[in-house]
Design a protein around this ligand. Structure first.
Ligand code: ADP
Ligand code: MG
Length: 244
């Protein structure tokens, strides 16, 4: 099996006349944590959304775990099942308990029976430190707990890769650490992760590779010690001066 789990080649995406992605080449290897940093509007979310085809690229290819997402004949629902995604906002279903949030897609999409789905859900709630919250409603949880539940829900589908789009940006500062802690633990367990983040400390400590994006291109990529610690490009330096 290939060591490369995500491979993006020559990816272009425009919204009307606005060119947002201008030829992105990037790859993620199995078990790797890749962080994407860069200013607002540089195309980070659009890139992530093209990886699971929430946005359709204008040209270029996206391969995930051997599936060509951009092939018109691909079974996109099947392909998307390999990909877990966690967004900035908390996307739990408000009318369902935490446990039901974690079991519904397992049952409807993966056709697991209730006992198996519940066992997998409870195991993932334990992993994110929320086993006591199984019967709570999302509104009874803090933002950080909701985000950890959203991570547990994605994990319950047993994806091959997890995508995170600024998962801590909407959280009160004191709740950020718990969510980053869960992500760090996932990384330690060998989960393949592609993470858009402004948390430079997290990127420095956890990422195997950092990509700096600006204006729809990858300006610079490499190990965090280089891209964050000793950036070569002026645009990367300017960005880091502003955020660090
Ligand atoms: P980032 O995540 O780096 O902040 P985005 O990928 O969200 O950047 O956005 C890049 C650019 O694309 C921005 O100018 C944004 O306004 C534009 N954009 C994103 N999504 C859409 C959309 N659905 N329709 C039109 N423009 C969009
Ligand atoms: Mg974004």
């Amino acid at each position: 099996m290939s060591d490369t789990i995500i491979e993006v080649s020559g990816l272009h995406k425009a919204f009307g006349k606005l060119q947002v992605l201008k030829g992105i080449d990037m790859s993620v290897r199995r078990g790797e944590v890749v962080c994407i940093i860069g200013p607002s509007g540089s195309g980070k979310s659009t890139l992530l959304r093209c990886v699971n085809l929430l946005e359709e690229p204008n040209s270029g290819t996206v391969l995930v775990n051997g599936f060509e997402m951009t092939d018109p004949d691909v079974d996109i629902d099947k392909a998307r099942r390999m990909i877990g995604m966690v967004f900035q906002g908390f996307n739990l279903f408000g009318h369902l308990s935490v446990l039901d949030n974690l079991t519904i897609a397992q049952r409807k999409v993966l056709k697991r029976d209730a006992a198996e789905a519940t066992a997998i859900a409870r195991e993932n709630l334990r992993k994110v430190g929320l086993e006591e919250k199984a019967s709570s409603m999302p509104s009874q949880l803090s933002g950080g707990q909701q985000q950890r539940a959203a991570i547990a829900r994605a994990l319950s589908m047993q994806p091959a890769v997890m995508l995170f789009d600024e998962p801590t940006s909407a959280l009160d500062p004191e709740l950020v650490g718990d969510v980053l802690g869960v992500m760090r633990q996932l990384a330690d367990e060998g989960m393949t992760m592609l993470v858009v983040t402004h948390e430079m400390q997290f990127a420095r400590e956890v990422a195997d590779k950092v990509l700096f994006m600006d204006g729809g291109v990858v300006v610079e990529e490499g190990p965090p010690a280089q891209v964050i610690g000793d950036p070569r490009h002026e645009r990367t330096q300017t960005f880091l001066h502003r955020v660090l």
